[in-house]
Design a protein. Structure first.
Length: 114
């Protein structure tokens, strides 16, 4: 059974940094590309970043490029999203997604506020 669990969300001040994590189980993690999405209140869910199965390729939404970094550790079955220079408009629930299985995690809340 495919399972994805996000963690690491919280409250951070504007300009601050935060790293969120996503652990996968029940599938061959090292063979799957992984994505991060986010959904702000009253808005549609949007793509944030994606990474290839071996971590060699990554792509980002224009709104986060240069501020966010996606990475993965296949030995730990974990994908990370390092977020820096956070802005209030980054406030959202952040979701991990496995495209191959069309499976979502439950999300982790990130709030950027002073």
């Amino acid at each position: 059974q495919v399972r994805i669990v996000e963690s690491g969300g919280g409250l951070v001040q504007p300009g601050g940094s935060l790293r969120i994590s996503c652990v996968g189980s029940g599938f061959t993690f090292s063979s799957c590309a992984m994505n991060w999405y986010r959904q702000a209140p009253g808005k549609q869910r949007e793509f944030v970043a994606g990474i290839s199965s071996d971590g060699g390729l990554a792509n980002y939404a224009g709104s986060v490029e240069g501020r966010f970094t996606i990475s993965r550790d296949n030995t730990k079955r974990t994908v990370y999203l390092q977020m820096s220079s956070l802005k209030p408009e980054d406030t959202a629930v952040y979701y991990c997604y496995v495209p191959h299985y069309d499976h979502w995690g439950q999300g982790t809340q990130v709030t950027v506020s002073s």
